[in-house]
Design a protein around this ligand. Structure first.
Ligand code: IMP
Ligand code: MG
Length: 176
């Protein structure tokens, strides 16, 4: 058992304000369009559920589950789809919804794959942009919160499948 503590980082009410602001931007940008939201499982489901209920544009929802091989704290770049989307993407305006972008490897890989299906457009919406370790440049079109580093949980994000249910974001502090 790893020994760690959780320190509050972003309270739920602050998160909701950021999600509201991003939803407002999406509503403006896609005012005359039909939107296809693709949530990356599992981490994005809480964010996506809150975000979609603030959207006023016509929207469809789908999910993809990506597995990446690597250590617990860093993705290796070898990514596999363990559950694919079911809706057609060709000609659609796609908004990928992610929980957190760290190195950028996962989102860059998935964007490449989506492009082969010839969508009308692809943008990225992430709850958290964790920028210090970014190694692949990816345009993050909609960001709720930016943090430099650290491992965070809550509001859908996990550490070894735990803490997804917490309403706010917490930082994991490992005891030496
Ligand atoms: P990337 O490919 O390095 O950008 O890693 C992105 C994925 O790693 C995210 O979709 C998360 O599943 C996971 N991840 C990265 N940082 C954290 C974190 O601080 N908490 C929980 N999951 C994280
Ligand atoms: Mg994830």
């Amino acid at each position: 058992m790893e020994d760690y503590q959780l320190t509050p980082l972003i309270p739920a009410k602050d998160l909701h304000k950021h999600v509201d602001a991003v939803a407002a931007r999406i509503n403006l940008d896609y005012a005359d369009k039909n939107l296809l939201l693709i949530g990356i499982l599992k981490g994005s489901f809480v964010f996506l559920a809150d975000l979609m209920r603030l959207l006023t544009v016509p929207v469809e929802i789908d999910f993809v589950r990506l597995a990446s091989y690597g250590t617990k704290s860093e993705t290796s770049g070898k990514i596999q789809i363990t559950k694919d989307i079911e809706l057609p993407v060709q000609g659609r305006h796609v908004l990928i919804v992610e929980d957190i972008v760290d190195t950028g490897t996962t989102i860059a890989w998935y964007m490449e794959r989506l492009r082969t299906y010839q969508p009308a457009s692809v943008r990225v919406c992430t709850l958290i942009d964790k920028y210090e370790r970014r190694s692949v440049e990816v345009p993050l079109d909609y960001v709720c919160v930016r943090i430099e580093k650290g491992f965070v949980v809550g509001y859908g994000l996990d550490f070894s499948e735990k803490h997804r249910h917490l309403p706010g974001i917490y930082e994991v502090q490992f005891n030496q």
